[in-house]
Design a protein around this ligand. Structure first.
Ligand SMILES: [Mg+2]
Length: 229
């Protein structure tokens, strides 16, 4: 791992709490529609709408809010009172105003690694919302570069690595999603570290091969320090 020059970090559920806010919002939204449909059916309908909208809307809270409104229309067959639309919008707006809870040991790990490596933030989601969270987190000072990506596939990482003027062998990605943070980077020949979070969005779930010598699994972000410093 001596070749590693750049360490890129996923943000949501790697540096700070995110997915539980989505689950909370989803529960609140399904609660609004209980008289029309059981909660689990609304959840399934919402997920289907989100997946259909993903190529057009991308990731993040605004896209999620639009998908909730579309689901509201479908579930109520277009008969939902505008009050319900307003309450749905309020659920989305509340999400945008959540406090940022930085995970344990994150700041200390970044501070130490920033002495020896170039650190990058590589995240999906809304640009404005990610900037807000980074600002609130107080972690911005540790990063040389912030990249808000429309997606995290091989092609997106290839562009990022080229932009950072390094080779895949000099690049390590750290994140909670095997599908977005680990597999595409290993495929490119880079290093990847999976730091699991207790809640994972079903869209981010994936199985993976443990045998890759450039792959690490860490229970906590602080474990990185044992490998890299
Ligand atoms: Mg994440």
């Amino acid at each position: 791992m001596d070749s590693i020059k750049v360490i890129a970090f996923d943000a949501d559920d790697t540096l700070w709490v995110n997915e539980p806010f989505f689950r909370e919002a989803e529960d609140a939204f399904c609660g609004l529609l209980e008289e029309y449909l059981p909660v689990h059916s609304t959840t399934r309908e919402l997920f289907a709408v989100e997946m259909r909208n993903l190529p057009l809307y991308g990731y993040g809270i605004k896209a999620f809010t639009l998908s909730m409104i579309e689901t509201l229309g479908r579930v109520t067959d277009g008969r939902a009172h505008f009050k319900l639309v307003e309450r749905t919008l309020a659920i989305g707006r509340d999400m945008l105003e959540k406090p940022v809870e930085v995970l344990d040991g994150v700041e200390d790990t970044l501070r130490q690694l920033a002495r020896s490596h170039r650190l990058v933030l590589a995240t999906k989601g809304d640009l404005l919302d990610q900037e807000r969270k980074l600002e609130k987190s107080g972690l911005a000072r540790y990063f040389h570069h912030i990249e808000v990506m429309s997606d995290k596939r091989e092609v997106n990482y290839r562009k990022l690595i080229a932009h950072l003027d390094c080779s895949p062998e000099q690049f390590m990605m750290v994140g909670n999603s095997v599908k977005s943070d680990v597999i595409p980077v290993l495929e490119l020949g880079g290093y990847a570290v999976h730091v699991p979070f207790h809640t994972t969005w079903i869209h981010e779930e994936a199985t993976y091969e443990l045998a890759n010598p450039k792959f690490l699994r860490a229970e906590k972000l602080t474990e990185l320090l044992n490998h890299l410093s």
